[in-house]
Design a protein. Sequence first.
Length: 102
Amino acid sequence: MYEIIQDLCKNNGTNISALCELVTGSKGNLATWKKDYMRSDYLLKIAEHFGVTTDYLLGINKTADGMITIPKTSLVALIANMPLDKQKALEVLVRDVLGSQG
């Protein structure tokens, strides 16, 4: 995600530090962005700023057969930013799906 945002900045004549300050009001969040952790409202603001989708920023792609591919780091960031109750629900769902495959 960080690399995608950095490329968008470069292609639009700005830098990621300036974008971080514009979106969050400070450059202090840049360290977490580099780890691909970002609040959802910041992600949405960046998508709106550049006129792209949040899926694009997260590196989510849809293949010709309709499958969705998500980079591991983006998936981890998405889950980490979910409320705890949603994380637990996702865990139950994954366990159910994996259990039904055995």
